[in-house]
Design a protein around this ligand. Sequence first.
Ligand SMILES: [Mn+2]
Length: 464
Amino acid sequence: MRYLLICADDFLYLLLGGATFSEDPPLYLVADPGVRARIARRGHHALSGNLDDPAIYRRAFRTGHEPALLSAPAERLPKMLAALRSVAAQSPVLILRDGDPSPEGLPAGVTTLPASAFGERVIQPELERAALRGRVERIRQHFLPAERVLIMMQDDPDPDAIASALALRALLSRNRGSAPIATFGTITRPENRTMCKILDIEVDEIQAGAMDEYDRVAMVDAQPGFFQERFEQVDLVIDHHPEDRTVRALLKDIRPTYGATSTILTEYLRAAEVKIPQRLATALLYGIKSDTLSLERSGTRADMEAFTCLYTLANHNWLRRIERPEVPQEALDVLAHGLARRQIVRGVLFSHLGAMPYVDLIPQFADLCLQVKGVEWSVISGVVNGEAHISVRNVGYVKSAGEVVRAAFGDLGAAGGHRAMAKAVIPLRNWVGQVTGESVRRAVMKRFLRALGWNPGPADNERG
Ligand SMILES: [Mn+2]
């Protein structure tokens, strides 16, 4: 279907620069024969004539359903529209209008687009991209002469840090040998280790002294002040945590409003037009997903845009394997036991899985149990390597899971989380009294219900 572009002078032609819109080349309708000739000389289609007269529209419309874009001063619009409508009553019409408020009395089927939309939707993002390109260029120039670059992450790197480090290395066109990704700590969380394994990412565990071997040090998803080790000065900091005022970095980009550092790096790669391979896209997408709980927590517009771009580039099979680790068959027996012994008290589903080797299973089971009809909270506990792990989920419109878990278990060990998910990890030696599977189960229930403000009575106990 061909588009009709209607404007007395060559404004639309200059603005659109020969845009094609659809398979059929567009047709320009202008008032001035000289403008028509100029457009035609450049190989585009144009008609000229009186734009207030139906005659020109009779020549232009083939079906009467062609979309028309119209640009004219407000006072001239009604006549032009009337002439157009007399020929094509059904044509969708878009009016590009100047700064004046929307003209009144426009007939039905007419949509308006303010000229300022070009500024906001086209020019401004491009200016931002140009600024980002400049920033990327400065970073590249600074790192260019270095023989060895160190990319540092926090002590127990999370997916956002790992993905950001990988992206920075790609941005600097370096490899593992010339720019290792490192931490002073170690990756502890199983899903983060799975991420590195599936995406083939090597993270080096180094000592503070090893930093002397590098010509340049960059830091992602962290700032020098977050470390126990002292940094004289680092070359680059890219982060989204609140800024530590003492940051000493030659170059820094700290954006606390962003949900993930991976979003900043995705913007860099796009601005610099670096191809994002599948492995890197999957890492960055997972980085954003895990830091923002799939955009549910502190995800901004920027995070969503990066997410959308990465979503089409990522390998979703790898992502699924990282996010949903395989369940060993023996674990099914643990689950079966837990399901059979579940207790539901006032919408809270409790299940204690006892001593078991699969720490991942506890949060997975907590997710599953929240789907049970009538359940608003799921509280799943298990004992792994001498520690009680408690995973809590809720439906989101009740008390904050993080606060309740802190109130219930904060005096015994690490406890905390967010609105809808939280966890506690408690060394068994911290439980008062004799520790048996049964006592952990009962203590979890009692403490949790008390933190919710309920005192469990026998009448509340029901087998779900
Ligand atoms: Mn982060």
